[in-house]
Write a protein that binds this ligand. Structure first.
Ligand code: ADP
Ligand code: MG
Length: 556
């Protein structure tokens, strides 16, 4: 093993888990490997064939990925090939059958369509392992379910004595079990590496989709491309990629675009120039990236929240593979979280629909977080972390906290006054003094609260609302796709104690958006520890108005 590592790959030391897992495979054991992107999972199936001189079968979801790997193995003097729809060399099939190759890649479709005769012949020559790369694709609970992967279990019967090796970078407990069951793996040896990518900084910002924001974004990214290395901007739609690409070009930045609606030769070309550092920024949909091994990507921006944390972790994980400090920013807008129905349209079953909803909910939670983001991510993937990381926006913002009683009081009262059937925008617009039709039409401009919250932007208020939801003062209810907010019992308790002199300050952490806004100084933080939020909320109202206000709120 050691000499294979040195002669073929030029590495002197195995990384963590590598030796252990390869030994299990050589012992004939089934293995499940869950290790971060870039940790070196390919060696698990590339070394055993060179030790045993038997063929390793590797299932991979993408032809381009297989071609890349075959090319780089060939350069190392390893006999590798692939079978799939783009394979033009007719001799590969018969060579494969007679055991010529060390590593033989194939798509799942191909693997399932090969005859039992093919397998019998190859088995005769010797198969040292059957690897399923990107194995999360097998699970409906994974973020990239592919039905062709589901059929792979039919090969278990044919290859009953061959060790199965499933590899993935992201798998929650549920997905891991699903992989093991789906492939009928036996007494599986499971190796789970750390998900922690310490060199990556994680941050989140909110935005509203608009052309002026795209310009701001272009300004922002210019900061990163001055340093060596490149950057990927992931968009959720093709339209977004086009818009951003255009602005980048207008700004004179060397950018490329990549999405599923482009022809494959075009995509190939862009891919190559990105790898060769001819492009500074690649604007792409998630069609770009599986298995990308480019070491010097310095920054990944998500323009729009991805549909799951698994995909976020995987996509953001494509930066900093060389171990140098790199940055991941996620920009979300609230509409990203109302796409559940759209995503669910492709669900094959009720359980998959539920999985899609749950994934989106987790991604939303991540966006609204006011605590350490890395800790949250690690916990999500079942790893405990020791304390806060100090390398995410929430940690570096030193989690400013302050007494937000007055603001919470205003928001909760306002939600109460407009009666539980609205989303969060209505009470915020009321507080900000909007005279939009929906406000005037409902007579909400006559509420004493109207305009009392105009010191803060609506982004600030939304961040506070998210905080109140996270802390259990507010409840979000899903009515079809529409979300309404209502006050929880804890919130009601806060409201009724707020008017007494004994009220306890409600100290909350400021999210980065809130802190940013407050740093720029457009807030009136007048609340001392012992002041009464209800009284403060009435500030600026005449005596009669305040009375009416408190009466309307039914606070005694
Ligand atoms: P993964 O599939 O887990 O994302 P890869 O197998 O593509 O990762 O490996 C990522 C990089 O790490 C590759 O450039 C690979 O050559 C390198 N690598 C793997 N194992 C070692 C090792 N033991 N020592 C040094 N580099 C390694
Ligand atoms: Mg890989």
């Amino acid at each position: 093993m050691q000499s294979v590592l040195q002669t073929y790959f030029g590495y002197f030391k195995f990384r963590s888990h590598q030796k252990e897992v390869i030994e299990k495979i050589l012992d004939g054991k089934d293995c499940l490997v869950v290790m971060a992107t870039g940790s070196g999972k390919s060696l698990f199936y590339q070394i055993p064939p060179l030790v045993t001189r038997k063929t390793a079968i590797v299932i991979s979801p993408l032809l381009s990925l297989m071609q890349d790997q075959v090319m780089s193995l060939k350069q190392r003097g390893i006999n590798a090939e692939y079978l799939g729809s783009t394979q033009t060399d007719k001799t590969v099939h018969s060579h494969a059958e007679s055991g010529t190759y060390d590593v033989l890649y194939m798509t799942p479709e191909k693997a399932c369509s090969l005859t039992s005769r093919f397998w019998a012949n190859l088995l005769n020559m010797g198969i040292c392992l059957f690897a399923v790369d990107e194995a999360h694709c097998i699970s409906e609970w994974g973020h990239d379910f592919r039905k062709e992967y589901k059929q792979l279990n039919m090969l278990r019967g044919i290859l009953s004595d061959v060790p199965f090796v499933a590899l993935t970078a992201t798998a929650t407990e549920k997905v891991r079990n699903d992989i093991i069951c789906s492939l009928n793996m036996n007494e599986t040896f499971t190796a789970v590496g750390s998900f922690d990518r310490q060199n990556l900084f994680y941050g989140v910002k909110s935005f509203n989709r608009s052309l002026s924001f795209v310009d701001d974004l272009v300004q922002e990214v210019s900061k990163y491309i001055n340093s060596a290395g490149s950057m990927i901007i992931y968009c959720t739609t093709v339209k977004d990629t086009e818009q951003i690409y255009e602005s980048l070009q207008n700004a004179g930045i060397k950018a490329g675009i990549y999405h599923g609606q482009m022809g494959s030769s075009n995509r190939e070309k862009i891919h190559r120039s990105f790898i060769k550092d001819e492009l500074q920024i690649l604007v792409a949909t998630i069609a770009f990236g599986m298995g990308i091994d480019k070491p010097n990507v310095r920054c990944i921006i998500h323009y729009g929240c991805p549909r799951s944390l698994e995909s976020y972790y995987q996509e953001s994980g494509r930066c900093g593979r060389d171990g140098l400090p790199s940055v991941c920013w996620l920009y979300y807008s609230r509409s990203d979280f109302t796409k559940a129905d759209y995503y669910c349209a492709e669900a094959h079953s009720e359980s998959q629909r539920k999985a899609i909803m749950e994934s989106l909910r987790a991604a939303e939670k991540y966006c609204f977080l006011a605590t350490c983001r890395r800790k949250f991510l690690l916990q999500y993937f079942g790893e405990t972390s020791n304390g806060d990381c100090g390398n995410c926006d929430n940690c570096t913002h030193a989690k400013k906290q302050r007494d937000l009683s007055r603001e919470c009081f205003l928001l909760l009262s306002c939600i109460r006054s407009c009666g539980g059937r609205w989303g969060i925008n209505m009470p915020i617009d009321i507080l900000r003094g909007s005279r939009a039709k929906k406000i005037v039409g409902n007579n909400f401009d006559n509420l004493p609260l109207h305009g009392l919250g105009k010191d803060y932007s609506s982004t600030w208020w939304k961040a506070l609302a998210a905080q109140l939801i996270a802390n259990g003062y507010l409840k979000e209810n899903l009515v079809d796709v529409y979300r309404t907010v209502s006050i929880s019992p804890v919130g009601l308790q806060f409201l009724s104690s707020a008017n007494t002199f004994h009220h306890r300050p409600l100290v909350l952490a400021l999210t980065s958006e809130m802190a940013d806004e407050e740093e720029h100084g457009n807030q009136k933080n007048k609340l001392g520890d012992h002041q009464n939020p209800a009284v403060l909320a009435c500030e600026g109202l005449s005596e009669a108005e305040s009375k009416l206000f408190l009466m309307l709120l039914d606070i005694r």
